[in-house]
Design a protein around this ligand. Structure first.
Ligand SMILES: N[C@@H](CCC(=O)N[C@@H](CS)C(=O)NCC(=O)O)C(=O)O
Length: 286
């Protein structure tokens, strides 16, 4: 057991907490500075970063384009470590100051869309794709989409934070969230033992959302925790994760707004389909 000598005061006051991302945490909302957002030529303007929540949206946009839908987009980089999410223009699109945020400029009036699940639903409904029309399959897609939205904070904010980012390793916190992360992986493994995809035979926005977190976790890409969580033992999750990972649109979507990893996998901004061939960091020499 870790020593927990902290006694909370009567009224909490903010203080320096240490740990990765501590510099961008604050107890209030709203903008910290004036900063207009850039607007490109395409119907969809995405303001994002290639975290799992960001990747969900770029994968769906690339999948829609691969289907021949009119889903062309500009993807602008939001550097959350630099506080870009607290700029006034970003806060107008997402009052919650988190990526991803989308402006749908395809109609008469721009529509703001925030929360990655809301963005996936908006795009899937608009284009009639990756969301079944059969009522039972549609609700099963929603079930897993909302499951992912509710579950991932325990994985990212809970397990990932205390295992990888907190300034000290707190056994109680790591045990609590490891238990939950493994339980969630088992939920998925049991579902994927009986079904090719989460909602049935078809690949949907529920798979895109869930793959970005749990698929990438199973493939060893999150928190350097593959061995600790024994991800290989979730064999059905592995089968599903690898199948989705092989999709060309998924491989492209992962590259957009990516500022880490091998230079040839980093496309900081995407404004044209050809950017994947010409604008990656290895080509730009960055
Ligand atoms: N529930 C939100 C979560 C979004 C989120 O947590 N975004 C993180 C990156 S993955 C972020 O922008 N963090 C910046 C901050 O907290 O200031 C969604 O799914 O869109």
């Amino acid at each position: 057991m870790s020593d927990t000598s902290y006694t909370p005061p009567k009224v909490w006051e903010p203080k320096e907490s240490g740990g990765k991302f501590a510099s961008i945490n604050r107890p209030v909302a709203g903008p910290t500075h004036d900063q207009e957002l850039p607007v490109g030529k395409h119907p969809f303007q995405l303001y994002s970063l290639a975290t799992p929540n960001g990747v969900k949206v770029t994968v769906l946009l690339e999948e829609l384009l691969a289907l021949g839908k009119d889903a062309e987009y500009d993807a602008w980089l939001i550097k959350i470590g630099d506080g870009d999410q607290f700029g006034s223009g970003f806060v107008e699109v997402n009052p919650n100051s988190k990526i991803p945020a989308l402006m749908d400029r395809s109609g008469d009036k721009p529509i703001r869309v925030f929360e990655s699940g809301s963005i996936l639903l908006h795009l899937a409904e608009k284009f009639g794709a990756f969301l079944p029309s059969d009522p039972a399959l549609r609700v099963e897609t929603m079930n897993w989409l909302f499951w992912q939205m509710g579950s991932a904070p325990y994985l990212g904010g809970g397990f990932g934070h205390f295992y990888a980012y907190a300034p000290e390793k707190i056994e109680y916190a790591i045990d609590r969230f490891t238990m939950e992360a493994k339980r969630q992986l088992d939920v998925l493994d049991r579902r994927l033992a009986e079904s090719r995809y989460l909602a049935g035979d078809d690949y949907t926005i529920a798979d895109i959302a869930t793959w970005s977190w749990y698929g990438q976790l199973a493939l060893g890409r999150l928190y350097d925790a593959a061995e600790f969580l024994d991800v290989e033992s979730y064999t059905h999750v592995q089968r599903w994760a690898r199948e989705i990972d092989a999709r060309p649109a998924v491989q492209r979507g992962r590259m957009v707004n990516r500022t880490f990893g091998e230079p040839e996998t980093q496309l900081h901004e995407r404004h044209d389909a050809s950017d994947f061939d010409t604008q990656t960091q290895d080509k730009l020499g960055g």
